[in-house]
Write a protein that binds this ligand. Structure first.
Ligand code: FAD
Length: 409
């Protein structure tokens, strides 16, 4: 068997390891346009912050490829694929045939529509190379502009503030992490960031940048201007599918996969940030672009590629984040619509600065947001993930000392 994996991120790595566990003799090729060994993508924000050095980023040892007899094809981009001939065409002119294929190409930053976005010192924050380039600018940086209040924008702002750099953040949606948490938790995060010196502008966007070669400022949609010598764009991501033939492989937002992570084209699988699977809480297809799902999907896709049929239960959004003095945990569908099918209970203790909010569909917990005292997050996440019906009073789940024993039904 000739197994080929597009992407050497965590989904690709997890798949390669499970293929090799089950298939000792087949060949495995891993292609990545990033010319580096597998690394921990979420931790690039810690490099920006100065909390770790880039040498701490790799997630596997230097003998990863050799020890698993994998052929790495690094620094090459898949430009096109022929699913009938089962061949990949690389941008350097090479071709690569496959028997089974995993698309684990991750996601690309959402582009920005603003004039003069080509100026230097305007960065996306998706890969190691971009952060290393940002680091070189920091000694000259007085004030940074962060676009977007999503996970990446928010981590970038936190990292720069930790370094003592002034930051202005533009958030169109009104509060940070609007995909991960509800408005109250978002407000608490915002208050903490402002307390630490962040300058936030809500409801405005960048229309263009100023500067002759290097960025010196930005024009905003309300007619005002902001001075800055570094811009970080964190306006979310889109699945990386430019090379995927949409007439042969079903793509919605991401590549649509079935419960074995196989695409609509037999023998071709997808996993990680590029894949669109059934969301356990929502019960609809969704792209949950998070690390633990990329691990689980990669592992299961790899087993299926190696011939062991293993079902995938579905994906679930979940995040644990620390921002200065706030611990935040969010899982499932935290922003379910205002609809009689869903009920919400919450508790906000302003004195202790804690907040807990749970969303239910009938007797099923489908979403949880905790700010500070997040110890019960694991139990709540497990309840959502395993669709455990709540047989005790729902308010019991708000208790900070919730234990499995107290949930004995
Ligand atoms: C700054 C930051 C912070 C984050 N923080 C968190 C967090 O706190 N918690 C969390 O759960 N998740 C977090 N994430 C998201 C997490 O990193 C991703 O969910 C995870 O890395 C996805 O892994 P993947 O293997 O699917 O894709 P990726 O890691 O993106 O790997 C895909 C690889 O494929 C390559 N590739 C793409 N197209 C091609 C092509 N055509 N040809 C060849 N190679 C190609 C890419 O360059 C990349 O190297 C964060 C991400 C970022 C950027």
């Amino acid at each position: 068997m000739n197994h080929v994996i597009i992407g050497n991120g965590i989904a690709g790595v997890s798949a390669a390891e499970s293929i090799r566990e089950l298939d000792g003799s087949g060949s495995i090729f891993m292609i990545s346009d990033e010319p580096v060994d597998p690394y921990c993508r979420p931790m690039i924000s810690l490099v920006l912050e100065g909390a770790i050095s880039p040498s701490k980023l790799p997630i596997r040892g230097p003998d990863f490829y050799e020890s698993l007899n994998i052929t790495p094809v690094l620094g090459s981009r898949v430009a096109r694929m022929d699913v009938d001939a089962k061949i990949l065409f690389l941008s350097d002119g090479k071709t690569l045939p496959y028997d089974t294929l995993l698309i684990a190409s991750g996601a690309d930053p959402r582009p920005i529509k603003a004039a003069a976005a080509h100026l230097t010192n305007i960065f996306f924050m998706r890969n190691q190379h971009q952060v290393l380039s940002m680091l070189k600018t920091l000694p000259q940086t007085r004030h940074a502009l962060v676009l977007g209040g999503g996970l990446v924008g928010f981590k970038a702002a936190g990292g720069l503030l930790h370094r003592g750099i002034g930051v202005t953040m533009l958030i169109r949606s009104g509060y940070p992490l609007s995909l991960q948490v509800d408005e109250t938790a978002g407000g608490m995060i915002l208050a903490e960031l402002i307390r630490r010196g962040l300058n936030v502008r809500v409801g405005v966007e960048v229309t263009g940048f100023k500067g002759s070669d290097t960025v010196t400022g930005a024009f905003l949609s309300d007619g005002s201007e902001v001075s800055c010598d570094l811009v970080i764009v964190g306006k979310g991501v889109l699945p990386s599918v430019s090379f995927v033939p949409r007439d042969r492989i079903r793509v919605d937002l991401g590549i649509v996969v079935d419960d074995h992570l196989e695409t609509s084209c037999p023998g071709i699988f997808a996993a990680g940030d590029v894949a669109e699977s059934v969301d356990i809480a929502r019960k609809t297809r969704w792209v949950n672009a998070i690390w633990p799902e990329a691990v689980a999907q990669g592992r299961i896709a790899g087993m299926n590629m190696a011939g062991r049929a293993v079902a995938y239960k579905g994906s679930l959004s979940r995040n644990v984040i620390r921002i200065f003095d706030l611990d935040i945990m969010a899982a499932g569908w935290v922003n379910a619509p205002d609809d009689p099918r869903y009920s919400v209970i919450s508790e906000h203790n302003r004195r202790l600065n804690t907040y807990r909010r749970l969303v239910f569909e009938g007797d099923r917990l489908i979403g949880a947001t905790l700010v500070n005292r997040i110890e019960t997050g694991g139990i709540l996440t497990a309840m959502i993930q395993n669709e455990i019906p709540v047989r005790v009073s729902k308010r019991k789940l708000l208790e900070p000392h919730l234990s499995l024993k107290s949930l004995t039904f």
